[in-house]
Design a protein around this ligand. Structure first.
Ligand code: HAM
Length: 422
């Protein structure tokens, strides 16, 4: 028996209904914030993903050569593809350019619940502005997107890579050690960070202070720690402005400053943020994003860029854990011919109803009335129409309300208005 490749999934019709429902909901939030949808190819030239991160990223992605010996990769994310698209074709568009996308991504990850090798992202990129209000709006969009779907328990954490880089400079850490520390900071492994700092001959007090700042959410403490770095003055003032707007204008008061957010991808700078669903445990990160630099690297005229991506599959998992009630799939009408002779008329009526937008099914298994009614019930049909010879002679059919079981004889000419009025 064949099985799906490791880390991939099939989706049943019911699962697809849930996925489409969530997708539509997210789309409507993106649209209300003035974002427009784009699409990029599922695979790109491998170079697009190695340009910033170097060849080390190849271990984490699906790369291959095609029959023309081109080196290609299934996209592990959509930010680099969107910026490639922007540089190729969209640079002349009015700014800010606000784009959103849905797309499957592929990563050679170790599969577990909430971590797949093929998964879906819903994301946004804003191009051409670096004002605090643009960043605040972007963060609010990510937050409200998840809230609007119906998630109750999410946490928003906001950090700043310029501040953390300045902290590294302050304690005199080399780039090599910084690379070693970043994944530990990402996972909040503070004891391990302390050990490395001590091995690097950083004094106990300095190491302890560094770790304290990584863990604090007190902006004044952070400001005080990096006060000697004049290059940060504007960035910190913007950072505070973003936080102020989130609270006052976007009515989001439940966020945490988390300087230890370092983000896994190499293109970020300045403001970064993550949204978690704590109910998901280890794979709790639903959304990640921030400001980043790629346009110049891809040959475009430098301009500010920022964005985020939401893990679509994890969002659905979180909704399920929170026992969110997704709308139950239903059909409007199930038509039952009482015998073979009534088939033609049944199909004819079904077709007339479908043309008016009514979701209609006809018994295609010749099950007979009793079994068909059971089937209609299992399909959550609102109504059943039973077509028999005696009723047809009076140009009528039997209309049954599947909830109450009430039945009435209805003229065929009146069936549509009857269905619409009920
Ligand atoms: P990311 O944090 O790598 O960011 O991915 C965004 C989200 O995708 C994660 O928060 C997570 O929910 C989901 N995700 C990541 N890997 C997997 C996986 N293996 N299985 C299931 N879900 C996963 C980015 O991709 C950036 N491009 C976001 C961005 C857009 N930054 C700026 N613009």
């Amino acid at each position: 028996m064949y099985q799906v490749p490791r880390g991939t999934r099939d989706f049943t019709p019911d699962e697809m209904k849930i996925r489409r429902y969530v997708e539509e909901d997210m789309k409507s939030t993106f649209t209300t914030f003035g974002y427009n949808e784009i699409q990029t190819p599922t695979f790109e030239n491998l170079e697009l993903f190695t340009a910033k991160s170097g060849d080390s990223i190849i271990d984490e992605i699906y790369d291959f050569s095609d029959k023309g010996n081109r080196k290609l990769a299934l996209r592990p994310e959509l930010t680099a593809p969107v910026i490639r698209f922007y540089v190729e074709k969209l640079q002349m568009e009015p700014k800010p350019l606000k784009l959103f996308y849905f797309g499957n991504c592929f990563r050679y990850d170790r599969p577990q619940k909430g971590r797949y090798r093929e998964f879906q992202q819903a994301g946004c990129e804003i191009i051409g502005t670096d004002t605090p209000e643009a960043y605040a709006e972007l963060i609010a969009l990510a937050y409200y997107n998840l809230k609007n779907i119906g998630l109750k328990n999410i946490t928003l954490n906001i950090g700043n890579l310029d501040i953390i880089n300045s902290m590294f400079t302050k304690i005199g850490i080399t780039d090599k050690i910084k690379k070693e520390l970043l994944p530990l900071i990402d996972k909040s492994q503070f004891e391990e960070i302390y050990t490395i700092l001590c091995i690097e001959n950083i004094s106990e007090d300095i190491a302890k202070m560094f770790i304290e700042i990584l863990q604090t959410s007190n902006i004044d403490k952070i400001k005080d720690y990096v006060k000697e770095d004049n290059t940060l003055t504007e960035e910190i003032s913007n950072f505070e402005n973003i936080l102020h707007l989130l609270k006052k204008s976007f009515n989001i008061s439940k966020y945490q400053i988390k300087i230890s957010i370092v983000r896994g991808l190499d293109y970020y700078k300045g403001i970064v943020f993550e949204i978690d669903a704590p109910v998901l445990g280890a794979e709790k990160q639903l959304c990640g994003g921030g400001a980043y630099d790629l346009v110049g690297l891809f040959g475009g005229r430098d301009t500010a860029t920022a964005g985020f991506a939401i893990g679509f599959d994890r969002t659905i998992l979180a909704l399920e854990v929170e026992k969110f009630e997704f709308p139950t799939p239903k059909i409007d009408v199930y038509i039952i011919p009482v015998n073979k002779e009534m088939t033609e008329k049944s199909i004819e009526l079904a077709q007339q109803l479908r043309e008016k937008g009514i979701i209609t099914e006809v018994d295609l298994l010749r099950r007979g009335v009793g079994k068909s009614l059971k089937h209609a019930n299992s399909k959550n049909s609102e109504k059943a129409i039973i077509i028999g010879q005696k009723e047809l002679e009076k140009d009528s059919v039997t209309l049954r309300d599947m909830k109450t079981g009430d039945q009435q004889l209805v003229k065929i000419a009146e069936i549509l208005s009857k269905l619409k009025s009920s």
